[in-house]
Design a protein around this ligand. Structure first.
Ligand code: FEO
Length: 373
């Protein structure tokens, strides 16, 4: 996909990856994009890069706009290779351009690529003049690695937010208002649930740090660019809700696998009971849904029930994977319940309770049956 203008001096020069389906355990059925940006001031800055296999795409996109040798600064907001994979090509094309990054960014890039690049370390509040434009940096550690920062183009109110406010969706259009705000907000929710959820405290700190800035445009490093004021407001409000674990007490998620249908029967019985009390239920059958979809479903849910029959004195492998993933993503303030059928030894529900306890869930009494409910 060719370079796309955000305005007369800011360009998207990234890459669309329609084929990717997996992101460190997170299933991404709609692909993704790796967004890099050019800011053309009296000095020229490249902000972030793309995953290594798309290096040629990024360099060709840059070359559509300017001679890459004219890049004066290379800003690296984040070390993770989906954003740094093509930095070496940019450094090779513009060897005199300093690589602007945080202290942790320098550490990470030095190990991944080279300790010999011309690093210029920045921290929150530092600015970089491009002559007629100014870039301002805000460190956002753990959103989503220790090295993260965001870059703010003061004169335009454009926030290059890197992972924050991203979505995994490969689209022809580069803007949320073209793709559809509703769809893009849903993809942002899925992304938050599967990537950002453990870091609510750090998201709150980042939101506070960004609080004084006018955000006309949010240009993340995945997915579409947000530029509509009401949608940006909605996105920021959602991030605040998610970071503060504001969950719906009228929403339950029931995640299960089943062997001969008995645990599935229990799942449906629980669903009926919740619904009888006015609680909306999302049923996630792990035979048909990846664990990533369960995380999206439960991001805003107060009640999470997990069911498995006993298999080989433990749980079904799909349920074990879900519990491990859930514990790592660490949703807070939830009420959990284990359920499941067994024939004789019946270890599954105890295992589920142990995992939910370790995930700091408040437990309700488990629901079990022998062979058939
Ligand atoms: Fe999109 Fe943390 O990398």
């Amino acid at each position: 996909m060719p370079a796309v203008q955000l305005n007369d001096h800011v360009y998207w020069v990234g890459a669309v990856d329609a084929d990717v389906r997996e992101f460190h355990g997170y299933q991404v059925p709609y692909g993704t994009t790796y967004n890099a940006y050019l800011v053309l001031g009296e000095k020229i800055a490249l902000i972030d890069s793309v995953k290594a296999p798309f290096t040629k795409v990024m360099m060709e996109n840059i070359a559509q706009v300017i001679d890459p040798a004219k890049i004066d600064y290379i800003v690296s907001n984040h070390v993770e290779p989906d954003h740094s994979g093509a930095l070496a090509a940019a450094v090779a094309a513009a060897p005199n351009a300093p690589v602007i990054t945080t202290a942790n960014g320098k550490k990470g890039l030095s190990v991944y690529y080279s300790p010999d690049w011309n690093y210029q370390v920045v921290k929150t509040g530092d600015t970089l003049s491009l002559g007629n434009y100014t870039l301002q940096f805000v460190a956002t550690p753990m959103v989503h690695w220790p090295d993260n920062m965001v870059t703010y183009l003061q004169e335009d109110g454009i926030l290059f937010s890197n992972d924050a406010f991203g979505q995994h969706q490969a689209t022809v259009s580069r803007f949320a208002d073209e793709v559809g705000a509703k769809t893009s907000l849903e993809r942002a929710r899925d992304y938050y649930a599967n990537i950002v959820m453990p870091f609510g405290t750090q998201v709150n700190a980042a939101l506070k740090a960004l609080g004084g800035l006018t955000l006309n445009t949010i240009a993340p490093s995945h997915g579409v660019i947000w530029r509509t004021p009401d949608v940006i407001s909605a996105l920021l409000a959602k991030y605040a809700d998610w970071a503060n674990n504001r969950v719906r007490d009228d929403l339950a998620v029931i995640v299960f696998d089943t062997m001969w249908g008995s645990t599935e029967m229990l799942a449906h019985r629980l669903k009926d009971e919740f619904e009888a009390q006015g609680v909306e239920v999302r049923l996630i059958d792990l035979r048909e849904n990846h664990i990533s979809r369960a995380m999206d479903a439960l991001l805003e849910a107060k009640y999470i029930c997990v069911g498995s029959p006993t298999l080989n004195r433990s749980v079904m492998p799909s349920v074990a994977a879900f519990l491990c993933y859930l514990k790592g993503l660490a949703p807070k303030g939830r009420i959990g319940q284990a359920f499941g059928s067994h024939g004789w030894s019946g270890e599954a529900t105890g295992y589920i309770e142990q995992m939910l306890t370790e995930a700091k869930f408040e437990l309700r009494e488990k629901l079990v049956c022998v062979y058939r409910p």
